[in-house]
Write a protein of this length. Sequence first.
Length: 267
Amino acid sequence: MSAEPPPRAEPEVTPPAAGPGPMADPGRRKALADAFVAEFVESATWRATLAVLEGAFPGRGMAAALSRRGDELRRTMDALDRRTTAKLGVPAWLDDAGMVFDLSAHLGVRAAREPMREPGRPRASRPYAGAFVVDTLDPLRYHRAVGGPRAPRDLRAEGVLPVPSVEDDDSGVVIVANLTSAGVRVLDSAALWRYAGRVVTGTLHEAARPETRQQVRRALWALRRVVFVDPDLGLGLCLQLDAARVPRCLLAFGVARTEGAPRFVRP
């Protein structure tokens, strides 16, 4: 048995610059969010998100509805304010890097109602080239590509990790998780990106296979988009690493228990 701890590699992030930034100006905020959504809905990460939503909220036809509405998101998403915060179900506000979320009301409640169980090790599947899915809640369920193979291969079982090639410098991950597991009360963009780094590292690194240390570093360096989906809270958070390697949460969505498609909110 190897006593070597997993690598503490996490996505490199840069703190937002001091002083007024793009989030201080409503026009620049909207422009950033619009640009993010325009790229996001054309990406493999978006298609992987649709596959995850289809599995996390079955019977609603989310993948079909959102694939048709992808180009409409810029026109239908609402700016964050008191009214739209209610759609997310958690208190939220803006900082210099995007949106911030307060999970205080859910920390003790969730821990009390969840049964004690031995957590399975998260496992990764890759429904689309350029993006992969990490499910920390139900590691034996794989989110299949919509319109693709009925069951994505278990990449770990084949000894193949879903990491990008050297030439691929733009990849994404969709993480199904309890956001309270991030270990902090307030989730800003930097905290969310660090949490994503811990999940990816813990999923892809294998102590018995030293070569995975370098593979983890490559995966984290290539990571540009992160989407968190919390089925219990009905909350999704979408982040992007900008050219200066600053993580920004520029899109969030709430999934109501009685409605179909999510309601999208931007800074």
